[in-house]
Write a protein that binds this ligand. Structure first.
Ligand SMILES: [Zn+2]
Length: 272
């Protein structure tokens, strides 16, 4: 396989709070222990809701500024995103993600017959596998992502599984069901990450928001706001002392993709 050092895989594990990621993701912690990954704690922007924070992660803009302030706002993003900046730089973009991501960057509202499988070089997300059931299995979504990697060799790939958030809404963030779902997703990731790491990809694994014990999220509780960021790859500094912000993930991805003049803020010290 050709060297992928300038390519980025961004994994957004929906609804994954920091504490559970730290305690239950044994495979990711093994990568940290052997020095291939570093775990940082982020505080998500507010409100701690999904669609507003997809936009924050992918554009570096807070919900109050983007106008995507709750989940029912069904329109295209008006901001420059990793997808638009990559496409303008002549790079290839792809996503295996919940359909709200298709609505933000490709077409809104989502029409599953038209949009579930997307292949169009004119779109901001050129190659997409979008899903609309919250219980669409994470391990199937990871296989969708593998298909996108193998067929289209994207420079930027977003992978966005939903099962952890779904478990939290069913049983709450301090339930066995939620913790076991996080453990399952860690195992699912372990089927793919070693090959991606060997190929040289720069990989970011994070969350949009956490999960409270009321089976929801949206406010300022630590369990809603504190989320993980695992940085994996040779171009990260792996320095523990840097403090990344959720609004900097977009700029970090743009730097890793070597997009010139992207104008997004980048965490000091996170990259080599
Ligand atoms: Zn949720």
């Amino acid at each position: 396989m050709a060297d992928k050092t300038n390519k980025v895989i961004l994994v957004v594990l929906d609804g994954l709070r920091f504490e559970t990621a730290e305690k239950c993701m044994g495979f990711l912690q093994a990568l940290c222990a052997q020095g291939s990954a570093t775990l940082y704690k982020l505080e998500c922007e507010l409100p701690s809701l999904s669609r507003p924070l997809y936009e924050t992660i992918l554009t570096g803009v807070t919900p109050a500024t983007s106008g995507i302030v709750h989940n029912q706002i069904t329109r295209n993003s008006s901001q420059q995103s990793i997808f638009s900046l990559a496409q303008q730089a002549g790079l290839t973009t792809a996503a295996a993600a919940y359909h709200w991501v298709s609505e933000l960057y490709n077409r809104a509202p989502y029409d599953p017959i038209r949009d579930r499988h997307t292949s169009n070089a004119e779109y901001l997300i050129q190659y997409g596998c979008f899903y609309h059931a919250d219980h669409y299995p994470d391990d199937h979504l990871l296989l969708d992502a593998e298909m996108l990697l193998q067929r289209h060799d994207p420079d930027f790939l977003l992978i966005h599984p939903m099962n952890i958030d779904d478990a939290g809404h069913r049983e709450g963030g301090d339930s066995a069901h939620y913790r076991n779902r996080v453990r399952h997703t860690d195992v699912a990731l372990s089927n793919h990450l070693p090959r991606w790491i060997d190929a040289g990809y720069q990989i970011l694994i994070t969350a949009d928001h956490g999960m409270n014990s009321d089976r929801s999220h949206g406010g300022i509780l630590p369990e809603e706001r504190e989320i993980p960021l695992f940085a994996i790859g040779s171009r990260f500094s792996h320095l523990q002392q840097c403090i990344p912000e959720q609004t900097e993930i977009c700029g970090v991805a743009c730097e890793l993709l070597k997009i010139p003049n992207h104008g997004k803020s980048v965490t000091e010290g996170l990259l080599q």
